[in-house]
Design a protein around this ligand. Structure first.
Ligand code: OOG
Ligand code: MG
Length: 304
């Protein structure tokens, strides 16, 4: 357990500095992994961050096959990781970020049991979203407990305009574009076979983690398609049929790129193409909020 305590600190440091860490050598199970995740989040909340909601991962076969992991996982979404729709987001603090399209639900009432998930008003609204994931492990490789401990690779999220929730519209086309080119297509029906199951599943996993879902929180239902590498300058757009679209552009601050090139020795070999800018200091503004809760990432138009 002491080692698991240490793992939370190591993962927290990796996220704050943008330096990948090796997978833990020690064996541990899913229950311990959720304890590490809780501790990791506690460290962030202690620095003044807040929870914006929760997320599911590996809800689609496309994601499970891409990552070689075969169970649905639950993570927590820090407020500081929000990226504004349509904004420029500094990605210099990330290790090897990837993007994926998400269905995002807005929780309408306190949900303390799986039965409550079916009550009227449980979902207040729905939107197309994009999640930025950035495993803190080298080469973006991990076991199921590893990725749970690492808060399911959560690093950033963008929510498009909220739409009224119509549960009859559940099997909707999904498109992910980078620089205007379609890079992934899928269907929201790939999410747990029916995305309407996502809320009950999130409630179940939240309860196991000792949490209830609060009104105003977001729920990221899990990507319907595999993720794509996020590189500086990329304009990312996701569109979901009937739900509209959401986008952001990845930028890198000049000071961060300068400091990154000055510390090439610290570079890390990620399998995913992407910015490896571990030289960026912990104070570098970034979209992930990993630099601290005072960051308000995703400021629109901060770069031309
Ligand atoms: C874990 C995060 C999975 C999803 O939507 O399936 C996830 C990862 O792929 O590194 O967020
Ligand atoms: Mg996701």
């Amino acid at each position: 357990m002491t080692d698991l305590h240490k793992l939370a600190a190591v993962l927290d440091e990796a996220a704050r500095t943008g330096r990948a860490v090796p997978r833990p050598e020690q064996d541990y199970g899913v229950a311990d992994a959720y304890r590490v995740q809780e501790e990791l989040i506690r460290l962030r909340l202690e620095r003044g961050d807040r929870l914006a909601g929760v997320k599911l991962g590996f809800t689609s076969e496309g994601k499970r096959r891409q990552m070689g992991v075969h169970d649905v996982i639950f993570g927590r979404v820090p407020e500081s990781s929000a990226i504004l729709d349509g904004s420029y987001a500094d990605i210099s603090g990330f290790i090897h970020p990837r993007v994926e399209p998400e269905v995002v639900y807005l929780i309408g009432r306190r949900i303390a049991s799986p039965g409550d998930a079916l009550a009227p008003g449980a979902v207040a609204a729905v939107a197309a979203g994009i999640e930025v994931i950035d495993s803190r492990y080298e080469d973006f490789r991990f076991s199921l407990p590893d990725v749970i401990a690492d808060n399911t690779s959560a690093a950033g999220y963008v929510v498009g305009p909220w739409q009224p929730y119509d549960p009859s519209r559940w099997n909707l086309g999904v498109v992910l574009e980078i620089d205007g080119r379609v890079v992934q297509t899928g269907s929201t029906g790939a999410i747990l076979g029916d995305p309407r199951r996502a809320l009950a599943e999130a409630v179940r996993l939240a309860l196991q983690a000792g949490m209830v879902l609060e009104p105003g929180w977001v729920l990221l239902a899990g990507a319907a398609t595999p993720a794509e590498p996020l590189v500086p300058g990329a304009r990312v757009r996701a569109e979901i049929q009937h739900l509209g679209s959401v986008s952001f552009t990845a930028s890198v601050s000049e000071s961060a790129s300068a400091s990154a090139s000055a510390s090439a020795s610290a570079s890390e070999s990620a399998s995913a193409p992407g910015p490896t800018t571990p030289g960026a200091s912990a104070e570098t503004p970034g979209v992930s909020g990993v630099q601290g809760a005072s960051e308000r990432p995703g400021t629109s138009g901060e770069e031309s």
